[in-house]
Design a protein around this ligand. Structure first.
Ligand SMILES: Cc1ncc(COP(=O)(O)O)c(C=O)c1O
Length: 428
């Protein structure tokens, strides 16, 4: 969360909370627009497109804002495809980068004319079986041990990740694709997530260009685009540096220019599927203290929990926590907790924070991506509302909080029954 957003939010917080109630995620339009501008500036000399990863922040108002800004979308499920289409995306505005993909999902992506990323040979087999192999296809490459040296992330070590076509099967698969009428080929690789240095992206690019060389030599195919995935990190900790996007832009431009000179084939376009980098730092979860408990540790119980933000519980991820107006208060070491019946329902553990009492605001930073969208309804602890802090200073509710009606909605369905007489003989 930028200092500027924090300052602007602080000045309106009591009024916004009085109007909408807490908890809420609030997103900063100004900050998101500035990040879009930063992308444009960093890649001004490269033919590129950023496809926002819908999984990061699947809210129609936000997606429309990004579409108006010229971004495409990265989708990996049917509802994400629907959201992208509703935001106005058509054809190759959408990258469909799924895994463990079903035929139904592929058919939906084909209907929209999305750019399909083949994550496994079975995806290609399904396209053949459907009888609709697109002229343009992207192949996600599994780097094998080649990608391992960039380190680990929550996607797992490259050699044990479930994603992608193994490099040693790529040429064979692309040859088949050509036989089925594929004319334009792109390659995809995502080594991990949350990288704060740009070296892993250059490593992906190099690995993909190596494969581009192989495809050119063996099949005479020139790769038209490379998709470097998402994974650009944001500084969740105040001590971390901001990702050097201009540096990545320059390095990619130089790499591709050198490659083009050496190989005499046009350099591929560059696609990204960043989610976190675009919206992550521009969201904050606003909560209020509902309980102060003292037993072994000091606990600050707030009115939101894992259903609003799972990352700390799921990955042990750090999210910065602040207490507005707390600068002059004494500090104490606390755990900031939600109400789920899980002991890891904690936004922060043993964190030094200004002393709080019931009713105080507590802000959980950097919840603009992979926050509400990862939430779940376990324990009937429902997901909070989303607000948008517009550039003109207005604040708008862009998703209401879940209520009991939503929680019970899946119990409301037409009766469907399998009679004993329909079961195999002897089953009952
Ligand atoms: C294939 C793919 N693309 C894009 C993303 C978005 O990643 P991030 O939000 O870290 O940029 C992910 C995240 O899991 C992903 O798996």
């Amino acid at each position: 969360m930028s200092k500027d957003f924090e300052r602007r939010l602080d000045s309106v917080l009591p009024t916004v909370a009085a109007r909408f109630g807490t908890p809420f995620h609030i997103y900063d339009e100004r900050g998101i627009q500035e990040t879009c501008s930063a992308f444009e500036a960093a890649f001004q000399h490269t033919a590129y497109r950023e496809h926002f990863a819908v999984k990061g922040l699947p809210n129609p108002v936000m997606l429309r804002m990004l579409a108006d800004r010229g971004l495409g979308f990265d989708c990996s499920s049917l509802p994400e495809l629907t959201l992208a289409a509703q935001a106005g995306a058509v054809g190759h505005d959408i990258c469909f980068t799924s895994n463990n993909t079903s035929r139904v999902e592929l058919e939906a992506a084909l209907r929209l004319g999305a750019l399909i990323t083949v994550d496994d040979v079975t995806v290609f087999d399904k396209l053949v079986a459907i009888g609709d192999v697109p002229e343009t296809l992207c192949f996600r490459v599994h780097p094998g041990t080649g990608g391992a040296e960039v380190g680990e992330s929550y996607l797992g070590k490259a050699e044990s990740a479930k994603f992608g076509v193994p490099v040693d099967r790529l040429v064979e698969l692309c040859a088949r694709a050509r036989q089925h009428g594929v004319r334009s080929i792109g390659l995809h690789m995502m080594l991990g997530s949350g990288f704060l240095s740009y070296q892993p992206f250059l490593r992906s690019l190099d690995l993909l260009l190596e494969q581009a060389d192989r495809l050119h030599e063996s099949l005479g195919v020139a790769i038209e685009f490379v998709n470097l995935g998402g994974g650009i990190g944001i500084p969740y900790r105040p001590t971390e540096d901001v990702f050097d996007l201009p540096g990545l832009g320059r390095a990619i431009h130089d790499r591709l220019a050198r490659w083009e000179r050496r190989h005499g084939v046009p350099r591929p376009r560059v696609l990204f599927e960043s989610g976190r980098f675009v919206t992550g730092p521009h969201g904050v979860l606003v909560t209020r203290v509902v309980n102060r408990m003292s037993k072994g540790r000091e606990y600050v119980g707030v009115d939101a929990g894992m259903s609003a933000l799972m990352r700390p519980a799921l990955y042990g991820a750090y999210h910065h926590v602040t207490v507005p107006g707390g600068a002059d208060r004494p500090l104490e070491i606390v755990d900031v907790v939600g109400s789920l019946c899980e002991n890891n329902d904690k936004f922060a553990q043993q964190r030094e924070l200004p002393a709080t009492r019931e009713g105080d605001f507590v802000l959980i930073h950097d919840t603009g991506a992979h926050a509400l969208s990862m939430g779940f309804a376990y324990n009937g602890r429902l997901r909070p509302q989303e607000l948008l802090f517009r550039r003109d200073g207005s604040v708008e509710r862009i998703r209401r909080a879940e209520n009991e009606g939503d929680y019970f909605a899946t119990l409301d369905f037409a009766p469907l029954r399998l009679a004993p007489s329909e079961l195999p003989v002897g089953a009952v």
